[in-house]
Ligand binder design. Structure first.
Ligand SMILES: *Cc1c(COP(=O)(O)O)cnc(C)c1O
Length: 466
């Protein structure tokens, strides 16, 4: 069917709307996952003719609302996965309705202007000076990529090379330093940028070892330091202020990976964890985690945002505006060119809930993490493995009488059983050599009831596995 002859638009959109209410209402009680057997019905041969929007969207909704992982609900504690606020959800529908290309002002003055507002509200939310700027990207991986791309451009310029034009060939290896908390996605960014993921030299097994880093920087020449604000196993932080002071004594670029940890800035209870952030040269953060906007959403901030155009502009194509042209825009300030207007859900959720709404949500999550930690501490068959500075609780199952040598295996099987059971989701990790669970609480829907259910399901499954 030629889309020109498809009269199913209204039916299809109404079907999404009609499905949304019951689906969203079901999230509070349904399991996170109960199988995807129906998804097979979406396969088969590519239709030769096609059946039009109305029937196709009915089918997609029927399969999707049953087969999806209901990670938008309150009990998906795996990874660090946020949900979607009401304002962000409706604004994300609007993104597709308007189908803007947020590449440049020439393509969409509207999307470019909203992105400028969204970025300035985000920097204000995190307490950064208004001189910080950046670009919205698809994820914290891309935010790390964008920031480390700008860092690479800075570093090469210290060697007299414009790396955007000439590439890395002929340059020495770029020295990159971090502590033990460096995230796999920062390594992936370095791998994509041509430095290799093994280019990171790690100082310290957990938090960065400042004196060892100081010695390394003294002899490395210009270098890049990656600080970690919010480590994924237990939520710990590198000492940002001390690190910033140290880096300022050397010829080095300080990048902060704060994919979710940046939100510590929103509460006076945790703001000390990100003290010193404003001295960073670049910062990476996620929107689809603690901001609770839909995938794909991240942001990179730079202390000197003009550096992005030098690293990511595409000069020389006669039909394109330049990075600093009045018709230019964010497509020339980051890795993507054509891009969706991912600023709209960010703008809408910040406009709808404001600074105080986000502070309240973050503080509720801090309280829930402490509640979860207390439930773990009170249970004779559970053992907490780390402090809980933020929103992650790292613990393991440890029933009395089970020898240490069997605990890793037991905890691994509990992790698998949780995913098969589906009532609550969490993943395992290895923390200080021990297999552990690490539920993370960043979804606006999560309540005390969900945290209590999580602990009782873990204990029930662990008891059944022994
Ligand atoms: C999640 C995370 C990332 C990567 O984020 P994506 O959105 O999955 O690309 C990077 N760093 C840290 C610390 C994270 O928690």
């Amino acid at each position: 069917m030629d889309p020109l002859h498809d009269d199913g638009t209204e039916h299809a959109l109404r079907a999404v709307f009609d499905a949304a209410g019951p689906y969203l209402a079901s999230l509070a009680d349904r399991p996170v996952y109960s199988g995807s057997s129906e998804v097979k019905s979406l396969g088969g041969e590519l239709p030769a003719v096609g059946s039009g929007a109305a029937s196709v969207v009915d089918k997609l909704l029927s399969v999707g609302t049953s087969s999806a992982t209901h990670s938008a609900g309150p009990r998906f504690f795996h990874f660090v996965t946020g949900g979607v606020t009401p304002a962000a959800l409706a604004a994300d529908w609007t993104v597709s309705l308007l189908d803007q290309n947020a590449f440049s002002r020439a393509a969409s003055e509207f999307a470019t202007s909203v992105e400028t507002v969204a970025l300035s509200w985000l920097t204000s939310l995190f307490g950064l000076p208004s001189s910080f700027g950046g670009a919205l990207v698809g994820s914290a991986t891309f935010a790390n990529f964008t920031a480390l791309g700008a860092a690479t451009h800075w570093w090469a310029s210290r060697h007299g090379v414009d790396v955007a034009a000439a590439g890395l060939a002929g340059l020495p290896r770029m020295p990159v330093f971090s502590g033990g908390y460096v995230h796999a996605s920062a390594r992936k960014a370095l791998q994509m940028l041509g430095h290799g993921r093994e280019s990171v030299s790690v100082h310290g097994s957990g938090r960065v070892d400042l004196s060892s880093l100081d010695r390394a920087l003294a002899s490395s020449g210009p270098a890049v330091v990656i600080a970690n604000a919010g480590e994924v196993n237990a939520g710990d932080f590198d000492p940002l202020a001390d690190l910033a002071a140290l880096v300022s004594r050397h010829d080095a670029w300080l990048h902060v990976d704060g994919a979710f940890g940046l939100f510590a800035a929103l509460s006076p209870r945790t703001a000390h964890l990100v003290a010193g952030l404003a001295q960073a040269d670049s910062i990476a953060c996620d929107g689809h985690k603690w901001l609770n906007v839909p995938y794909e959403s991240g942001f990179a901030f730079l202390r000197e945002p003009a550096r992005l155009g030098a690293a990511f502009g595409m000069p020389g194509a006669p039909y394109l505006p330049g990075a600093d042209s009045p018709r230019g825009g964010y497509g020339l300030l980051g890795p993507e060119s054509s891009r969706r207007a991912r600023s709209l859900p960010i703008w809408a959720t910040l406009a709808a809930y404001g600074r105080s709404g986000y502070q309240a949500m973050v503080e509720r999550h801090l309280d829930l993490a402490q509640e979860l930690a207390s439930l773990v501490d009170a249970a004779p068959d559970l053992e907490r493995l780390a402090e809980v500075p933020l929103c992650i609780v790292c613990f393991r199952v440890r029933p009395p009488g089970v020898p240490e040598s069997q605990l890793d295996d037991l905890n691994r099987r509990v992790g698998e059983a949780l995913l098969d059971d589906g009532r609550v989701f969490a993943g395992t990790t290895v923390y200080e050599g021990r297999v552990a669970l690490r539920p993370a609480i960043v979804n606006w829907r999560t309540t005390s009831r969900d945290v209590q259910l999580f602990v009782s399901v873990v204990r029930e499954l662990a008891a059944a596995l022994r």
